[in-house]
Write a new protein. Structure first.
Length: 479
């Protein structure tokens, strides 16, 4: 076992031994159809129904020993184990009418039962070497350049992890460009995984424009092309459940974000999707205590970027008490404190991004504000028009957007004031509040958006979020 990966593996103590150890570097035959199939199958763990071959061709492939066959669900004395997602919790398995056990934990990727197998392709493909792939002409700031050098060095060396701790608006994406430029010059395969489909959609055009000659695919629940056969994959973390030892460079964006830090199968999948010699680059603005502990013990190398790319400090949230928020909302009204602030806004031409704890709150607040702000709408996780509404807000077709925490991170709007209603609610933990505050002041043309926490009593999360933002601003002044 590679020493650099040992603590990650200890955390989850799963059995990695099934990964075919006989993966060989081999050049596929010069048959375009075979090339396409190799690119599709390499580095994947697929069910029979996910392999686009008729039975005869499939049997030929199986008998030629090109496939490693792995039981999809294993029975142990202590219970069942899913080989796709690593689930071992008894209550997350169920039985089909014929008695076959299936895994409920990864059901969103298609049902997997004990009667099935996962197939791993033994041949590797040689990915193209792109010299000078990066066409981005921008210039990195000193802080970005420092982090970028470390990322490049990690990618060049491989077999190590690096945490990039960068404040919201530091320009993380651009910091990756020089390292990825090197990776593609070396013919490496790259994955950028992020917890949310919104972020995949936002990143795809930026990377396509920076690397126009590299094949890039976006994989998420609603993406049209799920083949995952490109050299560069941008995916939600769930999509990694279909990969095994595929990537030479694995970038995990927002490593602290829900659901990545709560669902053990996702770090398991991310770790497995990377080759043993891969560079693992973690990006975050708000590390969880687990990573902070690893940093303190010098087990996880870190590079800190405490300053936004435009050089202005992070907006510091202001607290305004609105003790009557819930009471007034029951009567379909907003607290006079909030209405007063809206009337007296310093810069009324900014768009308003309003965070509320629940979907129900979002609907009611939108209804109430629609009288004074005609172009207002709301979004939440299961809203079918979510992407469209976010795009319309970005195009300034809406003046205000009321949202649950789904927009707390990953999305950029150039000129917004950010309001949080009932900021003491339990959904707004310290990391969420720092991320929410980080939505303001993103553009160099308007770096000072206001952030207001309307609350019914200060919480520790609110106080700590402000302390952390002040601390980062202090560090940023030294860069
Ligand atoms: Zn599973």
């Amino acid at each position: 076992m590679n020493k650099k990966f040992s603590c990650f593996q200890e955390l989850f103590s799963y059995d990695y031994s099934w990964i075919p150890s006989t993966l060989e570097k081999a050049t596929p035959p010069p048959d375009p159809l075979h090339d396409h199939l190799s690119a599709f199958m390499t580095g994947k763990l697929l069910l029979r129904n996910e392999i686009p071959l008729d039975d005869e061709s499939f049997q030929q492939m199986e008998s030629s020993d090109l496939l490693a066959t792995i039981p999809a669900i294993e029975k142990h004395p202590w219970g069942y184990k899913c080989r796709r997602c690593g689930n071992r919790k008894g209550h997350l398995f169920a039985s089909l009418p014929d008695g076959a056990v299936y895994c409920r934990n990864c059901i969103m990727m298609g049902r997997i039962s004990e009667k099935e197998h996962l197939y791993a392709y033994r041949l590797d493909v040689q990915w193209p070497k792109h010299i000078g792939a990066c066409q981005w002409n921008g210039v990195l700031t000193t802080a970005q350049q420092h982090a970028s050098n470390q990322i490049l060095s990690a990618i060049d060396k491989g077999s190590l992890r690096l945490l990039v701790w960068a404040v919201c608006g530091a320009g993380k994406t651009e910091m990756l460009f020089p390292g990825l430029n090197l990776a593609f010059a070396q013919g490496k395969r790259v994955c950028l995984a992020t917890p949310r489909a919104d972020v995949v959609q936002e990143l795809l055009p930026r990377f396509r424009s920076a690397f126009p000659h590299v094949e890039i695919q976006a994989l998420h629940g609603a993406s049209n092309d799920k083949s995952g056969s490109a050299q560069f994959i941008i995916a939600t973390t769930h999509q990694l459940l279909r990969f095994g030892r595929a990537f030479d460079v694995m970038v995990i964006d927002e490593i602290d974000a829900f659901p990545f830090h709560k669902d053990k199968s996702l770090p398991y999948a991310a770790d497995r999707a990377a080759r043993k010699t891969a560079a693992l680059i973690y990006l975050t603005a708000t590390p969880r205590p687990k990573h902070e502990r690893e940093i303190a013990r010098k087990r996880l190398p870190v590079v800190f970027v405490p300053r936004r790319f435009h050089g202005h400090p992070l907006p510091v949230p202001q607290f305004i008490t609105a003790f009557d928020f819930r009471k007034t909302l029951k009567h379909r009204e907003l607290s006079p404190k909030i209405l007063h602030w809206l009337r007296k806004r310093v810069k009324a031409d900014r768009q308003l991004l309003i965070f509320v704890p629940t979907i129900e709150d979002a609907v009611i607040v939108t209804e109430i504000l629609a009288d004074s702000i005609p172009s207002i709408t709301s979004v939440h996780a299961s809203d079918p028009e979510r992407s469209q509404k976010i795009q319309f807000f970005r195009n300034k077709s809406y003046e205000a957007l009321v949202t649950t925490t789904i927009l707390e991170r990953g999305v950029t709007f150039p000129s917004v004031d950010v309001l949080v209603f009932d900021s003491g609610h339990q959904v707004f933990d310290q990391a969420a509040l720092i991320q929410i505050a980080g939505r303001a002041g993103r553009s160099p043309d308007d770096p000072d958006g206001e952030v207001i926490f309307f609350h019914q009593g200060k919480t520790e999360a609110m106080v700590k979020a402000v302390e952390t933002i002040r601390k980062m601003n202090k560090l940023g002044r030294r860069v």
